[in-house]
Design a protein around this ligand. Structure first.
Ligand SMILES: Cc1cc2nc3c(=O)[nH]c(=O)nc-3n(C[C@H](O)[C@H](O)[C@H](O)COP(=O)(O)O)c2cc1C
Length: 301
């Protein structure tokens, strides 16, 4: 006699078993893919750092992890003091639950011990909190410096990088790797021809004021500091202008950039002194050699 499968209890058993099997498969996949997802996320960030520094073109098939390791040196810096972090500060980062070697700046801005609230007048990028430390990236071969930047556009916070030449004054490139602005309007921040407008622009005018900005409409031809606004996206353009001004300004990387420039100037000033020291030691060596020759000649006589 055939058993009756058409009962509520049997239907429930089949449905619950199916749910359990599916949830085990989904949970298993999520756990096993977690590490891969984290690596992909990190490599996406690395790719954007390389792109900002003109060391990688999107989709050119380079091994991002290898290129990053070969070409870039990450450095953790103290923003307020404009210098590299100390070992004690690295421990402070670790104690707050972050890794100082692969620094998560987004997470650190949400960690009270590692960030401070910005007041309205300071907060031109609309980011609410400023992290104490930031990871910057130096290009080994040419001294290009890549700085992380973020700030509010119209609908979203845009996260990206700006790269500066070794002179810390000339823009190499700018790009955003995360935002939710409208495609075709604010989303044009990703348009390669708009991003190309940044290359070669200067941060400061002759009086030392930070004047790099996105203007409404077209920039004056030949302007060293102005970038065309995105058409139909004045608010995103203003947001980008504000966030660039914030991060290059005195509340964020301004102090570091000033200190690095002063260090470069010192090295340039030190060079003649070094050269003269070298010359003096060469003269001394020549004198010693001459005295030795005279002594040898006297001995021979
Ligand atoms: C559906 C929709 C999406 C929009 N997305 C953006 C955007 O991503 N960024 C932006 O600045 N403006 C966006 N705008 C336009 C703004 O609302 C605003 O009109 C515009 O920034 C003003 O630019 P304009 O002065 O150049 O016209 C959007 C408008 C609409 C209707």
């Amino acid at each position: 006699m055939a058993s009756n499968n058409d009962t509520i209890s049997k239907t429930l058993i089949v449905a619950i078993s199916l749910c359990l099997v599916c949830s085990v498969i989904v949970a298993g996949a999520a756990v096993s893919l977690k590490e891969k997802q984290a690596t992909n996320k990190l490599n996406d960030k690395r790719a954007n750092i390389l792109i900002a520094a003109d060391l990688l073109q999107k989709g050119d098939g380079q091994d991002v992890e290898k290129a990053f390791a070969e070409k870039i040196t990450p450095q953790l810096v103290n923003l307020a003091e404009g210098r590299l972090v100390t070992d004690a500060e690295k421990q402070e980062v670790t104690a707050a639950g972050l890794n100082p070697e692969v620094f998560d700046q987004k997470k650190s801005s949400k960690t009270p011990e590692l960030s401070r609230a910005l007041d309205g007048a300071e907060d031109i990028a609309s980011i609410k909190r400023l992290e104490k430390f930031a990871e910057i990236y130096m290009v080994k071969e040419n001294g290009t410096v890549i700085l992380p930047i973020h700030g509010y556009g119209l609908w979203s916070t845009l996260y990206g990088f700006i790269a500066l030449e070794k002179d810390l004054e000339t823009v190499v490139g700018l790009g955003f790797y995360a935002h939710a602005e409208t495609p075709g309007l604010g989303g044009e921040v990703d348009n390669p021809s708009w991003k190309a407008l940044w290359k070669g622009k200067k941060l400061h005018n002759e009086s030392g004021d930070l004047v790099l900005q996105v203007v409404k409409g077209k920039a004056t031809p030949g302007s060293q500091h102005d970038i065309d606004g995105l058409s139909g996206a004045t608010l995103t353009s203003r947001g980008v202008s504000n966030l660039v001004q914030f991060w290059l300004g005195e509340n964020a990387f301004g102090k570091l950039l000033a200190n690095m420039k002063a260090e470069q100037a010192e090295q340039v000033l030190e060079l003649p002194a070094d050269e003269s020291a070298e010359e003096a030691s060469q003269e001394e060596q020549a004198e010693d050699a001459a005295t030795e020759t005279v002594d040898e000649t006297e001995e021979a006589a």
